[in-house]
Design a protein around this ligand. Structure first.
Ligand code: ATP
Length: 436
């Protein structure tokens, strides 16, 4: 049976992203750089709104969580201790004919899917990007770009705990770039070599880890529902024993029903006390916790919910995308959660007539400090509504000739397309209450 996929066509999402400035191919004028993408004006806003939403939910609104923002480059010993130097590899096969490389797990036969050439035996390929720090390119100066943000939470465990005096259970959160030299990339921003992660390391008393693991699995599923993603497009998937990473006691993925089929947007792992134990061993520094109630020291266990910004953004776009019959045409609309929308309010004077200009500019200036706005006076009002629908702008404010006489403007709702007329002096408060 073919795997279930989202009805939304990936091509349509890619095309919308390029056309409207969500995502561009990196270095496009030079022919692009494989698997690298640039977020354009709308994409940068959406991405930032997703990261802010995550931070608000997991840091700001909780009293058991704090955030850090660590360096991407870390001491090379970190990756020895974490097991990434020895274990963070995928089996790779290479075609002896065209030299193309594939993940062995993606290939069913012994011949190259591109040219039919003979494939080499699989060998392990480390996914970490290697570079040199400083002017001398020798082995002593090798460093790696981090393949996950998580290790900074572990190596800073003592710094954070002693400065914040947090008691277990508590978590350290971080958002930032990670790099993996993936053998095969693709499906737009789904699998790239540079991407952004939002990761929580939640430290708990040993023995309570199973219970916290269950808690975080539910919590994280609910988070995606709160992000506005349809419940039926989300599922939890448990990893079987063979699939578990070297450090994990258990792992669940939150999958989204993408146009390419069900695929992971977040992994939630019970990492036991593997990381803190390893870093204690390799650094010679004690990374444990003094339990005042029990009057004893122990190494906490950790639950790790690890989410991808880029995959979340793709899921948000796919989930919000709709083509609806409106009047006699199809309107493309992003039913995106208003909090995430790149543009919150569009200011649309009915026409470019000079008489409308002062009032329209005044309204725009009043709203700009409060909302991300867009001012658009090009082409017909109908087309401008469509343009805003397509990028998910929740509200459009229209200024017409009547406005000059009665000092009232129209607010149009993206989803219902209903319009209400209100006095200009009530506009800011009305919009604020719609967003709160
Ligand atoms: P996959 O099995 O798809 O390679 P993974 O299990 O290796 O992913 P994790 O190590 O659990 O991924 O990373 C946590 C999250 O980081 C993923 O759920 C995903 O959202 C994001 N992520 C990981 N690798 C990539 C990548 N190459 N491109 C974009 N996002 C990624």
């Amino acid at each position: 049976m073919p795997e279930e996929t989202n009805k939304v066509d990936m091509e349509k999402i890619v095309s919308l992203c390029k056309r409207r400035g969500f995502v561009f191919q990196s270095s496009e004028i030079y022919g692009g750089l494989a698997s690298c993408w640039d977020y354009g004006p709308l994409g940068a806003e959406l991405k930032r709104n997703i990261k802010n939403y995550w931070w608000k939910k997991v840091v700001q609104e909780r009293d058991d969580m704090i955030g850090i923002d660590a360096s991407i480059m870390m001491h090379p010993k970190v990756w020895e201790a974490s097991g990434h130097i020895s274990g963070f590899s995928d089996p790779l096969v290479e075609c002896k004919g065209c030299r193309k490389r594939f993940r062995a797990t993606d290939i069913d036969s012994k011949v190259c899917p591109e040219c039919g050439g003979q494939l080499t035996e699989p060998r392990m390929f480390n996914l970490m990007f290697k570079t040199h720090m400083g002017p001398v390119e020798d082995e002593a100066n090798v460093i790696y770009l981090r393949p996950e943000t998580a290790q900074a939470q572990f190596v800073n465990f003592d710094n954070v705990q002693s400065t914040t005096r947090k008691k277990l259970p508590f978590g350290i959160a971080q958002v930032g770039k990670s790099f993996r030299n993936e053998i095969t990339t693709g499906n737009f921003i789904f699998r790239t070599r540079e991407f952004e992660q939002m990761e929580i390391e939640y430290f708990v008393k040993p023995g309570t880890d199973d219970q916290w693991f269950d808690y975080w699995i539910q919590e994280r599923l609910n988070y995606y529902i709160g992000l506005g993603i349809k419940k039926e497009n989300l599922r939890l998937r448990q990893h079987d024993k063979e699939e578990l990473a070297h450090y994990a006691k258990g792992c669940f993925d939150v999958d989204y029903k993408f146009p390419i089929g069900w695929s992971e947007i977040e992994g939630i792992a019970n990492r036991g006390n593997f990381d803190l134990t390893q870093h204690s061993k390799f650094s010679g520094k004690t990374l444990d916790y003094f339990d005042e109630e029990k009057n004893e020291r122990y190494i906490p266990f950790v639950i790790e919910p690890s989410s991808g910004v880029d995959r979340t953004l793709l899921a948000v776009l796919v989930d919000a995308y709709d083509e609806e019959q409106a009047d006699k045409e199809i309107r493309v609309v992003l039913h995106i959660k208003p909090e995430l929308a790149p543009v919150k309010v569009a200011i649309l004077p009915l026409s470019r007539n000079e008489k409308l200009l002062p009032m329209s500019k005044q309204i725009s200036a009043t709203l700009r400090p409060h909302f991300m706005t867009q001012y658009d006076d090009a082409q017909s009002i109908g087309r401008r509504y469509r343009r805003q629908d397509e990028i998910g702008t929740p509200y459009c404010v229209t200024i017409d000739f009547q406005s000059l006489e009665d000092n009232q403007v129209t607010i149009r709702d993206r989803d219902s397309m209903q319009q209400i007329r209100i006095p200009v002096e009530e506009l800011l408060d009305t919009l604020k209450s719609k967003f709160s």
